[in-house]
Design a protein around this ligand. Structure first.
Ligand code: FPP
Length: 248
């Protein structure tokens, strides 16, 4: 099996999973947390180095207050209950997203998760929380503009590398593959800059059903993809190169 260095997942379908079972959406999200634990353990076992999970988008604030309370509560519960285990598993936790407007107790919890595990050398787990890629890009532009404004650099010094280093994901390699569950085929404002060359895999099962078998099926599909990064594959005959040179 081809193991990606960085797997990112849009965990979608908790609500529909619950509805299909005549359960509440809260049940669906709770079962989603069980699937989170599973993918973390499976990623460790499979030797994936970076795992990014989209837990709460900056657009999710438009959900009903009770559901927002549920999702925030589950994140708190997850960190409170699972942080010791994650630390024992040598997982380094990072939370990507905006801290602006979050309650102090949540910020303290996220900081605690990051600082406790900062020196761990196993799986890098990124939880995208209050994350939106357009917000991330806007923050980056503002940050770089401020540096230019203060005379710390010139506009010409802004490079792709500097942009990458100025995003929430600074220092984290771009995702090799982005999996979205539940059959929806959208990026939904997730890792827009970082996804430039990612493979996209859309699976029909709802997030709570995304178990080891589903993960292995997705990785098998990833292994069948031919990643060219805008170039040519090595097995393409030379005479055809000019014909495909403009392909992505
Ligand atoms: C999408 O399902 C899922 C979410 C909006 C949140 C994902 C959150 C978790 C799995 C739990 C908390 C995460 C962590 C890391 C502890 P949906 O509600 O949009 O489903 P639907 O489209 O079927 O309604």
């Amino acid at each position: 099996m081809v193991i990606p260095r960085h797997l990112a997942v849009i965990m979608d379908g908790n609500g529909r999973w619950a509805k299909a079972r005549k359960l509440t959406r809260t049940h669906g999200h709770r079962q989603g947390v069980v699937a989170v634990r599973e993918i973390v353990s499976n990623s460790i076992e499979l030797g994936i180095s970076y795992l990014t999970l989209f837990a709460f988008s900056s657009e999710n604030w438009s959900r009903p207050p009770s559901e927002i309370r549920d999702l925030l509560g589950l994140l708190k519960l997850f960190i409170n209950k699972d942080l010791a285990t994650l630390h024992k598993q040598n997982v380094r936790v990072r939370v990507i997203g905006s801290r602006a407007g979050l309650d102090d107790d949540i910020i303290a919890l996220l900081d605690k998760a990051e600082s406790l595990t900062a020196n761990n050398s196993g799986l890098n787990l990124m939880i995208a929380f209050n994350y939106g890629a357009r917000q991330e890009i806007t923050d980056m532009v503002r940050h770089l503009a401020r540096q230019v404004e203060m005379g710390q650099m010139t506009a010409d010094q802004i490079s792709e590398a500097l942009v990458s280093q100025s995003l929430y994901t600074a220092g984290i390699p771009d995702p090799d593959v982005i999996v979205r569950t539940s059959g929806e085929q959208r990026l939904s404002n997730f890792l827009l800059w970082q996804a430039a060359y990612s493979e996209f895999i859309f699976v029909d099962c709802f997030w709570p059903d995304f178990d080891r078998r589903q993960l292995e099926l997705a990785l098998a599909e990833y292994g069948r993809r031919n990643r060219r990064f805008g170039g040519l594959t090595t097995d393409e005959p030379e005479m055809e190169q000019s014909a495909v040179a403009s392909g992505g």
